[in-house]
Structure formats: C-alpha cells, structure tokens
Design a binder for this molecule. Structure first.
Ligand code: HEC
Ligand code: HEC
Ligand code: HEC
Ligand code: HEC
Ligand code: HEC
Ligand code: HEC
Ligand code: HEC
Ligand code: HEC
Ligand code: HEC
Ligand code: HEC
Length: 320
C-alpha cells in the first residue's frame, strides 16, 4: 500500500507531493485574492466559487484560535487531525485551518454563531463538498469527478469523516465494513465458499479498486505497466509468454475467474474446468482431437495435460 506519510513526502519531495503542494499553494493564494475581491463588493447575485459561505460574502479569516473559543470540543479533537498540517502549506502564514474548509468566519462570529454565515459540508450538495475538498486533493485524486461514486452523488464525506473518524485515512468505518454499507451484493460474494480473503483482512477492496475513480471500468486499478491489477500479486501468471493463451490478454482474468467469490474452486466461473474450456473450444476433448477415445478420458480435467493454462514459454498447447 502506498499510504504516503505527509511529512516524509515533504522531506522526500516526491513528485506527487510536489504537485500537491503547488495545487495547495494556488488555492491558498487564490482564497486570499478572492476574499479581497469579495470585500470590493461583487455585483448582486455574482457567484464566487470560493466565497466563504453563501450568506457571508464579506467575511474575513479570523483564525483557528477564535473558532476554538466557542467550539472547544471540536477544536480539541482537531489537534490530532492530519489537517493540522495545513499550517505547513506554502502561503499559509496565518495558521488558518478550520476556515480552509468552512470558509472565512468573521461574519459567523460577529453574528454570535450565525449558521447562515458559515459553510457546513453536512448541509451542502455533494458537488459543493467535492469541489471544496478537491481544491487541495485534486492532485492525488484527479479522476474523482468522473468516477461512479461522484456520478451517484456519493461525496468525499460519504466515506470520510473529518471530525469523528478514529480510522486510518479519516474513514467513517474500516474496510470492508465501509464498502458493504452500500454494496450488499458484493458482501454476499465474499461469503461464498471460495473468495478473495477480504473479510479475513488479507486483501482489501482498495487493492483492486480506487474508490476515487480510475480510467478503467468499475473503478479498477491497473499495474504500473497498465495490465490487469491481478498480476500485481499473482506474478507467476503475468507473462509475457512465448505462447500466450489468447483470452488472458484479450478478455482478462475475468474471462475465467470471478474476482470476488465463487462456488467453484480457484474462483472459476464454471463448475468444472472442462465446461469452462468448452465454452470456447467446442468440445475438443470428445475423443476426436486428442485421439484418446471418448471414454473416461473425457472426464479428465483439461488442465491435467494443459497445465500452464495462463501461458507457456515451452509449449504452444501449454502442456507440461
Ligand atoms: C461566538 C461563538 C462562535 C464562534 C467564535 C464560532 N462559532 Fe461556529 N457556531 C457557533 C454557534 C452558536 C453555532 C450554532 C450551533 C448549533 O446550532 O448547534 C455554530 C455553528 C457552526 C457550524 C455549523 C453550522 C451549521 O450549519 O449548522 C460550523 C461549521 C461552525 N460553527 C464553524 C465555525 C468556525 C470554522 C469558526 C471559526 C472561524 C467558528 N465556527 C466560530 C458559535 C461560534
Ligand atoms: C478538512 C476540512 C475541515 C476542516 C479543516 C475543519 N472542518 Fe469542521 N467540518 C468539516 C466537515 C466535512 C463537516 C461536516 C461533518 C459531517 O459530516 O457531519 C464539519 C462540521 C463542523 C461543525 C458542525 C458539525 C458539528 O460537529 O457540530 C463544526 C462546528 C465544525 N466543523 C467546526 C470546525 C472547527 C472549529 C475546525 C477547526 C478546528 C474545523 N471544523 C475544521 C470539515 C472540516
Ligand atoms: C486547504 C487544503 C485542504 C482542504 C480544503 C482539504 N484538505 Fe484534506 N488534507 C490537506 C492536508 C494538508 C492534509 C495532510 C497532508 C497529507 O496527508 O498529504 C490532508 C489530509 C487528508 C486526508 C488523509 C488523512 C490521512 O490520515 O492520511 C484525507 C482523507 C483528507 N485530507 C480528506 C479531505 C476531505 C474529505 C476534505 C473536504 C471535506 C479535505 N480533505 C479538504 C489539505 C486539505
Ligand atoms: C467510496 C468511498 C470514498 C469516497 C467517496 C472518497 N474516498 Fe477518499 N479514501 C477512501 C478509502 C477507502 C481510502 C483509503 C485508501 C486505501 O486504503 O488505499 C481513502 C483515502 C483517501 C486519502 C488518503 C490517501 C490517499 O490516497 O491520498 C485522501 C486524501 C482522500 N481519500 C481524499 C478524498 C477526497 C478529497 C474525496 C472526495 C473528492 C474522497 N476521498 C472520496 C474512500 C473514499
Ligand atoms: C481481487 C480484486 C478485487 C477485490 C479485492 C475486490 N474487487 Fe470488486 N471487482 C473486481 C473486478 C475485476 C471487477 C469487475 C468485474 C467484471 O467486470 O466482471 C469488480 C467489480 C466490482 C463492482 C461492480 C459490480 C460487480 O460486482 O461487478 C463493485 C460494486 C465492486 N467490485 C465492489 C467491491 C467491494 C466493495 C470490494 C471489497 C469488499 C471489492 N469490490 C473487492 C475486483 C476486485
Ligand atoms: C455511501 C454509499 C457507498 C459507499 C460507502 C461505497 N460505495 Fe461504492 N458505490 C456507491 C454507489 C451509489 C455507486 C454507483 C452505483 C452502483 O454502481 O452501484 C458505487 C459504485 C462503486 C463501484 C463501481 C461499480 C460499477 O458498476 O462500475 C465500485 C467498484 C465501488 N463502488 C466500490 C466501492 C468500494 C471499494 C467502497 C469502499 C472503499 C465503496 N464502494 C463504498 C455507493 C457507495
Ligand atoms: C492484493 C493482492 C491480490 C490481488 C491484487 C489479487 N489477488 Fe487473487 N489472491 C490473493 C490472495 C492473498 C489469495 C488467497 C491465496 C490463498 O488462499 O492461498 C488469492 C487467491 C486467488 C485465486 C485462488 C487461488 C487458489 O489457489 O485457489 C485466484 C484464482 C485469484 N486469486 C485470482 C485473482 C484475480 C483474477 C485477480 C484480479 C481480479 C486477483 N486474484 C487479484 C491476492 C491477490
Ligand atoms: C482461459 C481461462 C483463464 C484465464 C483467462 C485466467 N485463468 Fe487463472 N486459472 C484458470 C484455470 C482453469 C485454473 C485452475 C487450474 C487448475 O486447477 O489446474 C486457474 C488457476 C489460477 C490460479 C490458481 C493458481 C494456479 O496458478 O493454478 C490463479 C492465482 C489464477 N488462475 C490467476 C489468474 C489471473 C491473475 C489471470 C489473469 C491474468 C487468470 N488467472 C486468467 C483459467 C484461467
Ligand atoms: C474465453 C474463451 C476461452 C476459454 C474459456 C478457454 N480458451 Fe483456450 N483459447 C482461446 C483462444 C481464442 C485461443 C487461441 C485460438 C487460436 O489461436 O486458434 C485459445 C488457445 C488455446 C490452446 C492452444 C491452441 C493452439 O492451437 O495452439 C489451448 C491448448 C487451449 N486454448 C486450451 C484451453 C483450455 C484447456 C481451457 C480451459 C482451462 C481453455 N483453453 C479455455 C479461448 C479460450
Ligand atoms: C490427456 C491429456 C489431454 C487432455 C486431458 C486434454 N488435452 Fe488438449 N491436447 C493434448 C495434446 C497432447 C494436444 C496436442 C498438442 C500438440 O499438438 O502440440 C492437445 C491439443 C489441444 C488443443 C489444440 C489442438 C488443436 O485443436 O489444434 C486444444 C485447443 C486443446 N487441446 C484443448 C483441450 C481441452 C479444452 C481439453 C479439456 C476439455 C483438453 N484439451 C484435454 C492433451 C490433452
């Protein structure tokens, strides 16, 4: 897993972090600029995406300590939040944290906690929430907006809980529990007799999927060489082989395997190996091709002889 620790990322200056910093620097500089514009009174009805809150166009930043005077509990809990690292972001000389998400708070404060003058993600649309979070996180999650989750209005806070989480990555619940809250069909697949050990904690949904979206179908991740994510762990079937089995490359692993779970050993799609093969190789084992006669040999699994079913470097029929 590549759960990069923020501080090492800063020291190591990894490219991803670097671009993240740049994006963050831009948003902070931008936020300052926009609040100045807002003070210069925009025309009535003008929509500024970075405006502090819908009803607080003239608000200014007051800083975290002021928020803490009335929101003691939330502020205390925030001390261990990774978002305290916002103060390390370039341009954040003022030490603003709360207001990076909630918008400039002076009018909210002046109003004694006027809730119409502060941005509350819990009451905002999915799109508004995503825009706010992606203002800083688009560098790491550039595909979110076209992901099935975003399209179904599952926003960042559908899975993340900024103030209440006790889990890694500020998740609402640990995997796979989090995912099963909405994906009950998949839960039953992982309860089948043969399954990837997700409930056992050995494999995670996010080993194969990126819930923040990918270029592939079904939020599927791919390996660095853009081939199926499966070969990241099952390296022996990766190839390339001198003699490829066409469907492995053409249709992928799911031509023969059910990725979550199956009633059949080896996660196969079909109850017997021969039925599986015969879907594409019209009953070759019926005695004619193999010259063995249609006796008991017919029932012998094809892979007894065609052992290297994923491809071979020595034999074009994948024989031993
Ligand atoms: C003078 C006291 C005071 C200060 C200072 C203050 N708040 Fe509030 N805040 C309130 C009160 C009162 C409420 C309403 C609480 C309720 O209804 O439960 C509130 C509500 C909120 C809400 C929820 C709004 C909603 O729609 O329900 C957010 C978010 C919030 N404050 C953030 C902040 C932030 C960020 C700061 C610092 C910029 C801040 N507050 C400073 C008193 C304050
Ligand atoms: C990374 C973004 C982010 C930061 C930083 C942040 N919040 Fe929030 N805050 C949220 C989100 C998201 C919600 C809505 C939570 C939910 O799903 O109910 C929220 C809700 C709230 C609420 C209203 C709900 C409640 O718990 O009563 C208050 C008050 C609040 N935040 C105060 C603060 C204060 C004070 C700070 C700084 C110490 C702060 N927030 C920093 C994202 C943030
Ligand atoms: C102003 C910039 C900014 C905004 C806006 C922002 N974040 Fe962050 N976020 C950060 C920084 C900085 C970190 C800590 C550094 C890091 O982990 O790269 C962070 C860390 C995180 C983490 C990783 C926590 C961990 O344990 O690794 C999650 C999850 C996250 N943010 C979600 C959100 C969500 C959801 C929102 C919107 C409600 C949001 N952020 C809004 C800057 C921001
Ligand atoms: C469908 C659930 C889901 C949604 C929606 C979601 N996340 Fe996440 N997020 C996760 C999970 C699960 C992880 C842990 C990643 C892992 O284990 O590989 C994570 C990790 C993260 C991290 C820390 C590690 C990393 O990969 O950078 C950040 C930051 C983050 N999410 C931000 C966001 C933001 C911003 C949004 C909205 C634009 C969002 N997430 C929407 C499930 C979700
Ligand atoms: C070993 C890799 C792997 C793991 C682990 C995995 N998935 Fe999948 N998942 C896939 C593949 C591959 C597909 C595409 C299936 C297809 O196209 O036939 C898929 C498809 C899906 C779909 C689309 C509907 C469907 O069933 O085809 C959902 C939803 C889904 N997975 C959710 C999850 C959840 C939730 C978890 C964790 C509990 C999870 N997946 C774990 C590989 C995986
Ligand atoms: C708040 C509900 C919710 C949570 C939590 C959630 N999802 Fe989803 N997910 C959805 C919805 C809604 C869709 C889009 C409709 C659909 O395809 O089911 C979706 C779509 C997907 C898809 C694409 C399905 C397809 O057919 O293309 C995958 C894969 C997926 N989710 C995996 C996950 C994983 C992995 C997690 C946990 C990290 C997770 N989801 C958490 C609601 C959720
Ligand atoms: C994160 C690593 C990982 C990824 C990615 C992964 N697997 Fe697995 N796979 C495992 C583990 C662990 C097992 C269980 C091994 C065991 O029980 O001996 C397993 C078991 C299997 C089995 C059953 C093996 C047996 O001997 O019964 C098959 C078939 C399989 N995976 C196919 C796939 C396919 C297809 C994909 C892609 C959709 C995939 N795997 C992605 C780790 C992974
Ligand atoms: C043409 C069908 C087919 C395709 C496509 C296919 N497999 Fe298999 N795979 C099988 C069969 C059949 C077995 C069972 C072999 C046996 O039991 O003798 C198997 C067994 C496995 C096993 C168990 C260990 C082993 O090597 O026997 C793993 C792991 C596996 N496949 C992973 C994958 C991955 C990863 C992909 C995609 C890169 C893939 N398979 C594509 C047919 C296929
Ligand atoms: C999804 C379709 C599909 C499935 C399922 C499938 N194959 Fe294939 N197989 C092909 C295709 C396509 C070729 C390439 C045919 C060609 O080049 O004429 C091929 C080639 C072969 C070859 C090499 C043939 C030659 O002419 O050199 C053998 C042997 C073979 N398959 C055995 C099997 C066995 C055994 C199984 C079951 C474990 C199986 N196949 C499952 C589609 C499939
Ligand atoms: C007893 C061992 C054995 C079994 C069992 C077996 N095969 Fe074969 N198969 C062979 C041999 C030997 C060849 C010839 C290889 C050659 O000509 O290089 C062959 C050739 C093939 C070819 C390529 C021949 C052609 O048509 O040109 C395919 C496809 C094939 N087998 C599929 C299957 C399927 C599907 C099954 C199971 C239903 C199966 N085999 C069972 C031994 C076996």
């Amino acid at each position: 897993m590549h759960t990069c620790r923020p501080v090492t990322r800063m020291n190591g200056a990894a490219p991803e972090w670097f671009s993240g910093l740049r994006a963050m620097a831009m948003i902070l500089v931008g936020a300052g600029a926009i609040s100045a514009t807002a003070l210069a009174a925009p025309p009535p009805g003008a929509k500024s995406p970075d405006a502090p809150a819908k009803g607080a166009a003239h608000a200014e930043y007051v800083g975290t300590d002021t928020c803490a005077t009335c929101h003691a509990e939330v502020s205390k809990g925030f001390a261990s939040n990774p978002h305290t690292k916002m103060v390390l972001m370039p341009g954040n000389a003022t030490g603003v944290t709360c207001e990076n998400c909630h918008g400039a708070g002076s009018e909210h404060v002046a109003g004694g906690g006027d809730v119409t003058k502060i941005f509350n993600p819990a009451k905002a649309s999915a799109k508004e929430v995503d825009e706010k979070c992606l203002g800083c996180h688009a560098g790491a999650h550039p595909d979110f907006e076209r992901s099935p989750h975003a399209k179904a209005s599952v926003s960042c806070i559908g899975c993340h809980d900024i103030h209440g989480s006790k889990e890694e990555a500020l998740l609402k619940a640990p995997q796979p529990k989090l995912c099963f809250q909405c994906h009950a069909d998949q839960q039953s697949q992982f309860n089948m007799p043969f399954h990837h050990p997700v409930n056992e904690g050995l494999v995670k949904c996010t080993d194969c999927h990126d819930p923040h979206g990918t270029f592939g179908n079904s939020n599927l991740k791919s390996t660095a060489d853009q081939s199926a994510i499966c070969t990241k762990c099952h390296t022996d079937v990766r190839g390339p082989f001198a003699y490829e089995h066409a469907p492995v490359k053409a249709e992928g692993c799911t031509a023969c395997h059910s990725p979550h779970g199956s009633q059949n050993a080896r996660l196969l799609n079909m109850p017997s190996i021969n039925t599986l093969c015969n879907q594409c190789h019209s009953r070759v084992a019926n005695g004619t091709v193999h010259g063995q006669g249609a006796g008991s040999d017919e029932l012998e699994p094809c892979t007894t002889c065609h052992t290297y079913i994923h491809g071979s470097n020595i034999n074009e029929a994948f024989l031993r």
